[in-house]
Design a protein around this ligand. Structure first.
Ligand SMILES: Nc1nc2c(c(=O)[nH]1)N[C@H]1C(S)=C(S)[C@@H](COP(=O)(O)OP(=O)(O)OC[C@H]3O[C@@H](n4cnc5c(=O)[nH]c(N)nc54)[C@H](O)[C@@H]3O)O[C@H]1N2
Ligand SMILES: Nc1nc2c(c(=O)[nH]1)N[C@H]1C(S)=C(S)[C@@H](COP(=O)(O)OP(=O)(O)OC[C@H]3O[C@@H](n4cnc5c(=O)[nH]c(N)nc54)[C@H](O)[C@@H]3O)O[C@H]1N2
Ligand code: SF4
Ligand SMILES: [Mo]
Length: 909
């Protein structure tokens, strides 16, 4: 039986490896097996004896009294999975995922993760913001009136929408008039109303992407869906053609929502060998029985330079490892004979690796001292990624969210090119992010453009502050503008840096949780306390809300109304809903619906910003030219699906005049392949796949087939191992202390900098490198209040057995992690699966600050990560993972499990 025989159901496949399945469950993988495969609403027990979805107590379901509706799961997790809610009379009784269609290996069900399964605990959480609120002692007028010192520490009073928006409008008018637009700092996304008032200062940073956002297009790779080096890997069915798949610093089981982990497993079962490179052997690596190539945190540049050295050495000794034809046909700058026309420097990568310029050959011995990789593993890896095999090289961005990794992206690409791994079946190189992980290529089905969005551009010149230094800038009243790292479709709009003095008075936010997710919370709190006003538009009470003055409660996408007969039409079309357009896997689209009326006094954000615009004497239609429902309709009406030829797209949805009338929208009836009713009922459209169909994808194929006709976006049209534009763009900012070379070179890592004397190996004050994996329990700071997932995932700090033993720490002990920026408590998880010297502190939990001691017993990593993690070359780069700390067994009261903790609530006083 072929693995891709469509007749096999996924469960049968899994049953073949019961032990593996159990192991997977124990590690908490996303994309869990459904509880039974019976039809929704049916009572019969599954023939296999697995737990059925529907149990006797589900009387409403059994009695056919409610309905399953596909609902939005809106976190910034990278996924858009199918989540269904069973709703009766506006009450959500059950949740499930996509189990209502056949599950084949080629067209599997699109299943959701534990966060999605527990989403109703998020929507109906006690920390939902219920009414507009004002911090008790805050008063308009600025200065003393704000009583800024009490921010975060006093109660709230409920006010009306009229009062709340009145305060915000009044203060904005005052501050714009007295101090100008640069005094208003926006940390959110929907506040374009400020642009109509004259603009605002904003942050700009590479955030997720680390150094991978340095000149991707100029180097010959790409920006896909806004993500660097994305969408150019091969599609999921092609992955089975790889002899080897390298997971470079990836943990798909935790953070590539949806089916990616499952697709990797299929390749594994089909005989593909997996290799994992990173400082810890994560659950995905374990699931795939990958060979672990260890590298210390943030030292990949040393490792890969030695890999390149070994590939050259092996090749010279007669092993056919380096694909010279590839390097000379498709690349520039590998050696003297392949230099690009615009090269300003007579240097090339090969000579650099051999040590011609700096006297230091990049040997495994040289690298091992830095990256800690066993020398034989470096050689093994060099052989493995050589030209003889089909190798798929996949990376996440985590390895580049470190200082000293400015050249890692170009180097990663270079090693792939040395093995010739682009543009052929089983060969690929690129990033995995979101649901494109394991599944590259253009969308097979796509939603139309949701034309409604606030679109007023920021009229202010040079408004961007590099995020790593945002609190310092606000605190000191001066920032250094260096242009934006990304603007529109073009990357790297750097400008020569300019000092700008300003007088920040107001911070506004929505759609982010900046105080909690930005470096250096203690400095952030200090800045918040200095403001005249802080406004947070949010549906839940976050750390940012806690330190704000005015809270404007918005709805979640579960709230609204699509039925004219039940009242005014109301559907969320804010930033989160816009994400749905591209965060689903290429195989599917989701069409979700609201299922409950807005809770308490929460309002749709369009309403909030339109009302605010009116109070500011602006015309809301300038902000929102199209209604929410029209935008929702446009998204559906404009949906297209690919034809079997794999080239042409056709209209997806059949829409009648009655449909148009039911929503009072503008449109023309149209003919598609599925009716609007069926689409809404199913809540998704999945494109079926078959082995050998025309819907597969091989990244870079057109370029490899005909490089002249299909040049890359770089100056030479080729993959630039020497990229003049890369060097020029960074060097032109005037920020770095030294010139960046156009080809990848070595820069000292945080590991080396953790020593007070590297040569003598004398440890510095904070000798441990604390990096921050994105954690399965939540999506950043979001969804973390759900007790079910808190019970399932404890959020410990992961410490190596060797380091723990040296400090007398055992699993479960409470540990104090500290540096000059702050102090954090967590329980220890002691493991052999992390390299000594590194500790892994999960990203995103809420801060619970003890004002007496300054200790955060919530475990927020940004109490410790501070502005020192800013990159030395690329100032927009958040080098979050470069955080140096020390830790010790805590002698105070032991920390209780997070799920036992009282939630932080807003209080009316
Ligand atoms: N559950 C969940 N999913 C998420 C998110 C979330 O918060 N929660 N966030 C989403 C978003 S916006 C983002 S940006 C992505 C983040 O996705 P990634 O950038 O992939 O995230 P991380 O979890 O930081 O790191 C992944 C793995 O990289 C490895 N690693 C760490 N440091 C190094 C290193 O120096 N070298 C190498 N080779 N490997 C290293 C570790 O094994 C770690 O488990 O996740 C997305 N998905
Ligand atoms: N130290 C450290 N810090 C990090 C990282 C790290 O690895 N280490 N990772 C970084 C990365 S990659 C990222 S992407 C950022 C994420 O940083 P943030 O974007 O600030 O984090 P989220 O928790 O996703 O915040 C989104 C917030 O918006 C709310 N929200 C969701 N939908 C809506 C909506 O429609 N309207 C409104 N008004 N609010 C909504 C959610 O409740 C949530 O509180 O964190 C970064 N911070
Ligand atoms: S992966 Fe993301 S979209 Fe999918 S269910 Fe989980 S939280 Fe929701
Ligand atoms: Mo991110």
């Amino acid at each position: 039986m072929s693995l891709l025989d469509g007749s096999i159901r996924r469960r049968d496949f899994l049953k073949g490896g019961a032990a593996a399945t159990a192991a997977v469950a124990a590690m908490g993988l996303i994309g869990c097996a459904p509880n039974g495969g019976s039809e929704a609403g049916a009572k019969e027990t599954d023939a296999d004896g697995m737990n059925p979805h529907v149990v006797e107590s589900d009387t409403a379901i059994l009695g056919d009294e409610g309905s399953w509706v596909t609902v939005e799961c809106w976190a910034n997790c990278g996924g858009r999975c199918v989540n269904k809610a069973f709703v009766k009379d506006g009450v959500v009784l059950r949740q499930k995922t996509n189990d209502d269609q056949e599950d084949t290996l080629e067209t599997p069900q699109q299943r959701s993760c534990p966060r999605g399964h527990s989403l109703r605990q998020h929507v109906f959480n006690a920390n939902r913001l219920k009414y507009p609120m004002k911090r008790k002692s805050w008063q308009p007028g600025g200065g003393e009136n704000a009583h800024g010192d009490l921010r975060g520490e006093e109660g709230w009073e409920r006010i009306s929408w009229e009062e709340a928006l009145g305060y915000v409008a009044e203060e904005l008018k005052r501050v714009y008039a007295d101090y100008g637009p640069r005094s208003v700092v926006c940390m959110g996304t929907e506040w374009q109303v400020l642009n109509l008032l004259g603009g605002r200062v904003e942050w700009n940073s590479t955030e997720s992407y680390g150094n991978w956002y340095l000149a991707p297009i100029q180097m010959g790779t790409t920006v896909g869906n806004g993500f660097p080096d994305a969408l150019l890997i091969n599609d999921r069915l092609d992955m089975l053609n790889a002899d080897t798949i390298v997971l470079y610093g990836i943990n798909p089981a935790w953070h590539n929502g949806g089916n990616p982990s499952y697709y990797y497993r299929l390749a594994k079962e089909n005989g593909t060998e997996f290799v994992f490179v990173g400082p810890d052997y994560n659950v995905s690596a374990a699931m795939l029985d990958a060979r672990w190539i260890r590298v210390r945190p943030g030292t990949d540049t040393a490792f890969l330079l030695a890999v390149a050295y070994e590939m050259l050495r092996l090749d010279e000794s007669g092993e056919s490892v380096v694909d010279w034809d590839f390097l000379h046909t498709y690349c520039v700058g590998f050696d003297a004979e392949s230099m690009p026309e615009d090269a300003a420097l007579d240097e090339n990568f090969r000579e650099y690796v051999l040590g011609t310029y700096d006297g230091q050959p990049k040997t495994p011995e040289w690298a091992a001292e830095i990256c800690g990789t066993p020398i034989e593993d470096i050689t093994w890896y060099a052989q493995k990624v050589g030209k003889q095999d089909n190798v798929t090289l996949l990376h996440s961005y985590a390895p580049s969210r470190y200082k000293g990794t400015i050249d890692l992206p170009q180097l990663f690409m270079t090693v792939a090119c040395m093995g010739g791994h682009l543009g052929r079946p089983g060969n690929a190189c690129g990033s995995v992010f979101n649901t494109e992980s394991a599944n590259g290529g253009p969308r097979l089905v796509k939603l139309g453009n949701p034309s409604k969005s606030a679109t007023a551009p920021n009229p202010l010149e040079r408004p961007e502050i590099c995020k790593p230094e945002i609190w310092r800038s606000l605190d000191e009243g001066v920032y250094y503008n260096r242009g934006g790292y990304r603007k529109g479709p073009i990357d790297n709009n750097f400008l020569p840096q300019e000092e700008i003095r300003f007088d920040p008075k107001i911070i506004v936010n929505d759609f982010h949780n900046p105080l909690q997710a930005t470096e250096d919370i203690n400095r952030g709190i200090k800045v918040f306390k200095k403001m005249d006003m802080v406004v947070d538009v949010h549906y839940r009470y976050t750390l940012t809300s806690q330190y704000a003055d005015i809270l404007l409660p918005c709805t979640t996408p579960w709230e609204g109304n699509l039925d004219k007969n039940k009242g005014e039409l109301d559907v969320a079309t804010t930033s989160t809903m816009r994400l749905s357009r591209f965060q689903c896997s290429r195989d599917m689209i989701l069409v979700t619906q609201p299922i409950i009326a807005p809770m308490y006094e929460a309002k749709n954000e369009t309403w909030i910003f339109s009302e605010l615009a009116k109070l500011l004497d602006l015309d809301p239609s300038e902000l929102y030219p199209i209604s929410d429902i029209q935008s929702y309709y446009d998204k559906i009406a404009g949906a297209e699906v690919i034809d079997v030829d794999g080239v042409t797209y056709k209209t997806l949805v059949t829409i009648t005049q009655d449909d148009i009338d039911a929503w009072d929208v503008e449109g023309e009836p149209q003919e598609g392949v599925i009716s609007l009713q069926d689409l809404l009922e199913q809540g998704m459209y999945i494109v079926p796949r078959e082995q050998g169909d025309n819907l597969g994808y091989i990244g870079y194929k057109d370029f490899i087939d005909d490089p002249e006709a299909n040049p890359r976006g770089s100056a030479s049209g080729k993959m630039e191992i020497y990229c003049q534009a890369k060097a020029d763009s960074i060097n032109g900012i005037g920020y770095a202390q030294e010139e960046l070379k156009p080809y990848p070179t070595y820069h000292p890592s945080t590991y080396e900098n953790s020593f007070s004397n590297w040569e003598a190996k004398e440890s510095g004050t904070y000798p441990f490198l604390m990096y921050q994996p994105h954690y399965l329990r939540r999506a950043h700071t979001n969804y973390d209040e759900n007790v079910w997932t808190q019970e399932a995932f404890q959020n410990p700090v992961f410490i190596s057995a060797e380091d723990a033993a040296a400090k007398g720490i055992e699993t479960g002990d409470t540990v104090l992690v500290f540096n000059d920026a702050g102090k954090v408590l967590r329980q220890a998880s002691v493991t052999n699966l992390i390299m000594p010297g590194g500790i892994a502190m999960p990203h995103g939990p809420r801060t619970y600050l003890d004002p007496e001691t300054g200790i955060d017993f919530g475990g927020n990593e940004n109490m410790l990560v501070d502005a020192n993690t800013q990159d030395e070359f690329f100032p927009h780069m958040n080098g979050y993972n470069s955080c140096l700390v020390d830790f010790e067994k805590y002698d105070g009261e032991a920390l209780s499990a997070d799920c036992m903790r009282e939630p932080v609530l807003w209080t009316e006083e």
